[in-house]
Design a protein around this ligand. Structure first.
Ligand SMILES: [Zn+2]
Length: 613
């Protein structure tokens, strides 16, 4: 996907109705110019969640949740940003434009025929299954109900070398597309038979369509019906399909549950399908790959609790260990990552079939290992803890794994656990580990270069626990703040600020002035009408989170007419501070030496100005 142009997001926010979108998900009651409800983000009995149609903004006085309609969709429906944009656009009947990015990304429209073709092939496989008694019997034997087969769009690829090729590959262009989608494979030279340069990839297999978040078929997983190799065959990586990113049955899971809390991650399609059929409709499958860091990013955008279910055999344990390694960077307080190891010879598919939903879910509650315990258990098996040598080895094995965990409470707890196993104090272990470490990383300056008016960034607060650094700004900062708040609240007033008023800020050194100037310049150049547009345009810029918080808290300004007056007042006083500073500097200099003629002129002008104020 290319970038979504900012102008489109501006337009989206201007046209979307936050009351309507939130109202579909939360029962809103009118209260004056705003709407209120019990907050969907924290449990409460009396409403403290407010939606302002005028600001196109929501905020909760109870838990502090706040944002634009896009943020609401991301937080409430657990959508990624592009998905939220897509959702809003669809509702408004707009097409999301994409710009930039790689060649393959700038092709939203060019991709359409590919999705369409995948859909037609999936439908064809489904029809084939309906006509093929042997394949249907096979699925029945595996315990799949008809409704499940339909729900997942499961189909069958005949035992033929050219069924899909002939049906969908009438022209060379079509054959090329089929090959690009991984549905047919080009023959080697010398193996061309009966003039056919291609053959079907999937033959005599049960076909599981893999869908994206919007439900479009992007790939297939095929399982051989009887004996044969390979048992499972996936679509290759294509323009539509990136294995390391997709999870099978995620689309179905999200449709089944609006309040998703936990994901169960299994290895096979059949496992996921059988679990859904048994009522465990939060099961997803990785696609024959280990769980990747990208998977984890997606998963933790959706839920805070993940349970992996692996077969008890050697392959299952190897897969679990890889999953643990990729999970470590995502482990932190508030997230739960657990591992369920099934009895030898069982997989989730057969087990849930035998014992049913309740018993299986009971295992999820009682028979799982938290990530930290699994880690300790595995390493203990590689190091004999009864000897000092073994404990030293344990420490060395644990160290690179521990290094993957990010700073925070979870990291501290894990350190304590590992230290406990070795039998030394956590602090001592940390010292030993860091004694041989490379020099400390550079300080996380990042976005911090811009000083922020009364920054209350939450991440900054949590970080300061370990970093011990806090930024304070007070006094004059409030002038900057007043100006910024008015601009965010009524962005259109930036148009009324004159060139002279803007120039008055040059040379100003108040805290947060960079943000004010950047905001003012941006709004003068590319005008916006409502607060929520500003918030979205600044979401990824330095100071974006400050703007959001300011908008949430400031309630006293009522109308644009008042706001422009107050903005002018603040700008004038800021200008005066610049003049005052300059005056002080010149006065100071004049006491020590003669002023240049230019400086003297400036000094007199400043004195005059001061007298007039
Ligand atoms: Zn709340």
């Amino acid at each position: 996907m290319g970038l979504i142009p900012q102008s489109f997001i501006d337009e989206l926010i201007a046209r979307a109705d936050i009351v309507e979108i939130i109202g579909l998900r939360v029962p809103l009651k009118r209260a004056g110019r705003e709407y209120k409800a019990c907050c969907p983000f924290h449990g409460e009995k009396t409403p403290s969640f407010w939606v302002s149609p005028e600001k196109q903004f929501y905020h909760c006085f109870g838990c502090g949740a706040h944002g634009t309609v896009l943020r609401f969709l991301m937080e409430h429906d657990r959508m990624a940003f592009p998905e939220a944009v897509e959702e809003l656009a669809q509702r408004l009947g707009l097409e999301v434009p994409h710009e930039g990015g790689s060649a393959a990304s700038n092709t939203k429209r060019a991709d359409e025929p590919l999705y369409e073709l995948m859909g037609r092939v999936a439908a064809f496989y489904s029809e084939t299954l309906a006509r093929d008694a042997r394949a249907r019997e096979y699925l029945e034997r595996r315990g799949l109900e008809r409704a499940t087969i339909e729900h997942f769009g499961i189909g069958y690829a005949q035992s033929s070398w050219n069924e899909v090729l002939r049906r969908f590959g009438g022209t060379e262009a079509e054959r090329k597309t089929l090959a690009e989608l991984g549905l047919i494979i080009e023959r080697e030279r010398g193996q061309i038979r009966e003039g056919e340069h291609y053959y079907d990839r999937f033959r005599d297999r049960v076909m599981f369509p893999i869908r994206d978040v919007r439900g479009r078929v992007i790939a297939f997983g095929g399982r051989i019906i009887e004996q044969g190799e390979p048992k499972y065959l996936n679509s290759p990586e294509t323009a539509l399909f990136h294995k390391g990113r997709e999870l099978y049955a995620l689309y179905e899971t999200r449709r089944a549950r609006s309040n998703l809390k936990r994901l169960l991650i299994v290895e096979g399609y059949m496992d996921a399908v059988r679990l859904h059929q048994a009522g465990i409709n939060y099961a997803v499958a990785t696609l024959g790959t280990a769980t990747t860091p990208e998977h984890f990013k997606r998963i933790f955008r959706l839920v805070n609790e993940v349970v992996f279910a692996f077969d008890g055999d050697k392959a299952g344990r190897a897969a679990a260990w890889r999953a643990l390694q990729h999970a470590l960077p995502e482990a932190r307080e508030g997230r739960e990552i657990r591992f369920l190891f099934l009895p030898e010879g069982h997989d989730p598919d057969t087990l849930v079939g035998e014992e049913g939903r309740e018993a299986f879910e009971k295992r999820l509650e009682t028979a799982t290992l938290p990530l930290s315990e699994y880690l300790v258990r595995e390493l203990s098996e590689q190091a004999d803890l009864t000897h000092a040598d073994g404990r030293a080895r344990f420490s060395e094995l644990a160290r690179p794994l521990f290094a993957k965990v990010s700073e925070g409470v979870y990291r501290e707890l894990l350190l304590a656990r590992i230290a406990g196993v070795i039998g030394i104090a956590p602090q001592r272990l940390q010292e030993l580990w860091s004694a041989t470490e490379r020099p400390a990383r550079e300080s996380p300056a990042g976005r911090g270069s811009q000083s922020e008016p009364e920054a209350h960034s939450q991440s900054a607060t949590t970080r300061s626990v370990s970093q011990g650094r806090a930024r304070t700004s007070a006094g004059r900062g409030s002038l900057v703040r007043q100006a910024v708040v008015r601009l965010v609240r009524f962005p259109a007033i930036a148009q009324q600020v004159t060139v002279e008023e803007r120039a008055g800020l040059n040379g100003c050194e108040e805290p947060g002035i960079e943000l004010l100037c950047a905001l003012l310049d941006d709004l003068r150049e590319r005008p916006l009408q409502i607060a929520a547009q500003v918030i979205e345009r600044w979401a990824d810029k330095p100071g974006g989170d400050v703007l959001r918080k300011l908008l949430q808290r400031e309630e006293i300004i009522t109308d644009a007419a008042g706001a422009i007056g107050e903005l002018r007042g603040a700008l004038a006083r800021l200008e005066a501070t610049v003049a005052e500073r300059r005056l002080e500097a010149l006065e100071d200099k004049s006491r020590r030496m003669r002023l240049e003629p230019e400086e003297l002129k400036e000094f007199q002008a400043l004195m005059l100005k001061k007298a007039r104020l």
